[in-house]
Design a protein around this ligand. Sequence first.
Ligand code: ZN
Length: 280
Amino acid sequence: MDILIIFLVVIFVLLIRQNKRTTKDNKSEKESKSKSTQEKQSKAASKTIYQKIGEYGELKVNEKLNLLVDDEGLHRYISDLTFIDSDGNSHQIDHIAIRENGIFCIETKNYGGWIFGNEYQKKWTQTFPNRRRFYFLNPLKQNQSHVNYLSKALDDKYKINSIIVFVQNNIDKSRVKNCPNVINLKDLNNYLEIYNDGSTQYSLEDINEIYDLLFDIQSEITDEEHIENVQKIRMLIEEGKCPRCGGEIVERIAKRGPNAGQKFYGCSNFPKCWYKKNIK
Ligand SMILES: [Zn+2]
């Protein structure tokens, strides 16, 4: 009889414990869930701010690069080139400038404070007067992966130069040492104009080819995305819109080259955009 009572008591206690544990688990699950939602929300919010800051920086670089554009076509640029590599990773290149004296893959940084770093360090440091400091990935290493991809995509036919532009003009050569291609926005155009590697001299045909090839890279996405893209482009052209920039497609006359004097369809944003509609 006693044994039976003890047995029942033990079972009772075990049941209570089990019950407690489940409620606890539920509670902590709920807590962790709400925590992760919070984390997600705050991450999303900070990402938006971060993206906005980044976009502002990219606009500043666009403004600068626009100043070099002329209708000779010997300086062109493409902004926001996104692509997916053979491993399925997506990349975004802020700007690519294509010029007579070279191809430049430009990474934009809109960071304030003092910047410290060198080419070998994994992380660079950003410090503020209140002694707060932040670390970020060495932008040279970050951009090198873009450069490598571009080289590969262009069959290693062309040399791609890397440039890191700090839009807040806060790069001081005493803090960022031995990195000639890490520059301030105010020096970007001068850097591009006087750049000379002693051998690169592209013709207008080369520049045309590179420009078109770079647009094609963007289509190297999944088959489905590609089909969707092709359809979107077709629809835009039918609507009279430029598929590259959304400008109007207008009738233009070729000024030079073998087709000089002939009519063709091009973009109203020429010479910033060099889209040409193939007439077949
Ligand atoms: Zn266009």
